[in-house]
Design a protein around this ligand. Sequence first.
Ligand code: MF3
Ligand code: CO
Length: 259
Amino acid sequence: MIKIKTDKEIDLMRMAGAVANTVLLEVAAVVRPGMTTREIDEFAADRIRAYGAQSAFLGYKSYPCNICISVNEEVVHGLAGDRRLQFGDIVSLDVGVRHQGYIGDNAVTVAVGGCDILPQKLIDVTEKALYEGIFRAVPGNRVADISRAIQDYVESNGFSIVREFVGHGVGRTVHEDPQIPNFVERGKSSPKLKAGMTVAIEPMVNAGTAEVKVLKDGWTVVAADRLYSAHFEHTILITKNEPEILTCAEKMSSSLKAQ
Ligand code: MF3
Ligand code: CO
C-alpha cells in the first residue's frame, strides 16, 4: 500500500529531511585522511542528537551503527570500525534520521582529500543519475520511468547498476512501498506516481561488475570484483508540479537550531 501524505505529514517530512541533510553535510565536511570510520560514525551520532533526532538505522534489523559508511569497493551498509581513511579513498555516507516520528534518508559519496579520475567519474555519473531519476518523479509517470532514466544514464556511461538493493517509499518508517529499482524489468507492472508520495531514490553504481557480495559481518555489501562503487540518495516529495527535494538543509535553516 502506497501512502499519500497529508500536508501536516509533509511539513514533518520536510523537517526530518532538513535534519538528515544538515547532518549529512556536516559529516561530509569533516571527512579527511587519517580519520577512522568509527570517529565519523560518532561525530554523526553527536550531530543527529544535537538536532533532537535519532538514527533511523541504528537497531534497524539489528544494524549496529548510526550511519552507513562504505569505502571504495563497499557499495552500501558499510560498518564503522578501526579503518583509517586514506587520501584517494571514496566514501559513501548514508544518513537516515527519525525526527518527530518521520524519516529523512540521504546519501552522498565523497573523495577523501581527492581521488583519481575514474572514481571521480563514477561519483559524478552516480550523482547525475540520481537527478535523472528525480526529474521523472512527477504525477502520471510510473516508478519504472524513474528506474529507466537512472539505468540508461549509468549504462550509457559504461558503469553498472546494482540490482540487489533499491530505493523505497519513506515516511514513519525507513522502508515503505513502493520499491524504486534503479533498473527496469521487462513485463513487470509498475505503480503510478501521485502527488503526496514521498520516496527515497538511491542509485548504487559499480565501476565494474554489477554483482555484489555481503561480507561475513552480515552487513557490508561489496562489489564482487572489488572495484569502486558509489551511492547517492535523496528523499523527495512528488507534487503536481516539480518534485521537491525534502532532504534539503537550506530550506529549514531558519527554524532548525542545534541544541
Ligand atoms: N539508505 C539505506 C536504505 O534505505 C540505508 C539502510 S541501512 C539499515 O536502505 F541499516 F537501515 F538497513
Ligand atoms: Co534509503
